[in-house]
Write a protein of this length. Structure first.
Length: 328
């Protein structure tokens, strides 16, 4: 997959063109409201306005914003970062008027940038917002990705690649960037929960979704839960590390038609809760039912198949499998 063209350039045309606030925001991974706040508070604003009201950011304006983003991503307070970004360059009181339009802005932090690789442009903007701990910008970018690409594609092509880059940076930097991963994970989870569900047919036994004991990675399962909700399918999501005894109690109380167990890693993909659930029945004596048990997540890849269980191998196809079991 090749990276998409810079949307700011695509919207405004060739080099040196003045860009709209929305185009600049997408380029830098900053919420438009943040740009307006910086202009109001710190006088980092566009040099010109079109027709007296529409902001148009020149290459010189954007260069100052890039410097502002770079400094704030390194922990410099916004007021101090603004003073530094507005400081005249050596040998002149402004940036050269013939400065070319910036190419895709570098990831914040210079040599400390997240190694995103060949990804969609939205990933770069989201990473810049996350490393600045700019929750409003991250929220806007996440909602825009969901609106443009849909739930599963947004997860697979924007959210997950950005999270993986943050995780790699964290793993290679000691304890640095933990706060970035936590904020980004929370913002993604919140965006997923904002996806509206659809009322489905009545009388359908729900699907129960939970992480196995010890498993803390819930986001892919949250995406699956939201995807089922978009299809009008009843679901009960129990989140991270649900103890096996509590999972069995939930099965008896809810009477689900399907149970999905998520394991992200091989260390958490243990057979004990699977074996415990695989023999469970619920309902009144003489009319007992047994839920279909499905294992999902990369943790199960090397685990021998447990009799009486099925495997889900992807979010989109997995949602289809669950739908066929619920409605078939």
């Amino acid at each position: 997959m090749t990276a998409d063209p810079d949307p700011a350039v695509a919207e405004e045309g060739g080099a040196g063109a003045a860009l709209s606030t929305g185009a600049v925001a997408r380029r830098l991974g900053v919420a438009p409201t943040t740009l307006r706040s910086w202009e109001h508070r710190y006088a980092i604003g566009p040099a010109t306005r079109q027709d007296g009201k529409h902001r148009r950011w020149t290459p010189q304006d954007i260069a100052r914003l890039e410097e502002m983003c770079r400094l704030t991503s390194q922990g410099v307070p916004p007021a101090e970062a603004a003073r530094a970004a507005l400081r005249p360059l050596p040998g002149g009181d402004s940036r050269p008027s013939d400065l070319p339009a910036p190419r895709a802005a570098p990831s914040p932090g210079g040599r400390n940038a997240f190694p995103l690789g060949d990804v969609r442009q939205e990933c770069r903007g989201l990473a810049r917002a996350a490393v600045r701990l700019d929750a409003p910008a991250a929220e806007e970018l996440l909602d825009a990705a969901l609106a443009e690409h849909g739930l599963v594609a947004a997860w697979e092509e924007v959210f997950a690649p950005t999270l993986r880059a943050v995780g790699r940076k964290w793993a290679s930097s000691g304890e640095r960037y933990v706060e970035v991963e936590h904020l980004l994970s929370w913002q993604i989870s919140s965006a997923i929960r904002r996806v509206r569900t659809v009322r489905g047919p009545a009388g359908v036994a729900p699907v129960l979704l939970a992480c196995v004991p010890g498993e803390q990675h819930t986001l892919p399962l949250e995406v699956l839960t939201a995807t089922l909700g978009r299809r009008g399918l009843p679901a009960r999501m129990f989140g991270a590390a649900l103890p096996a005894e509590a999972l069995c109690a939930a099965v008896r109380r809810i009477g689900p038609s399907v149970v999905v167990l998520w394991a992200q890693t091989r260390s958490t993909a243990v057979r004990a809760p699977v074996q415990l659930l695989s023999g469970m029945e619920w309902g009144l004596r003489g009319a007992r039912a047994r839920p279909a048990l499905l294992l999902a997540g990369p943790g199960w890849t090397t685990t021998p198949q447990v009799p009486g269980t099925g495997r889900l191998h992807g979010l989109r196809s997995g949602a289809g499998v669950v739908e066929s079991l619920l409605l078939g």
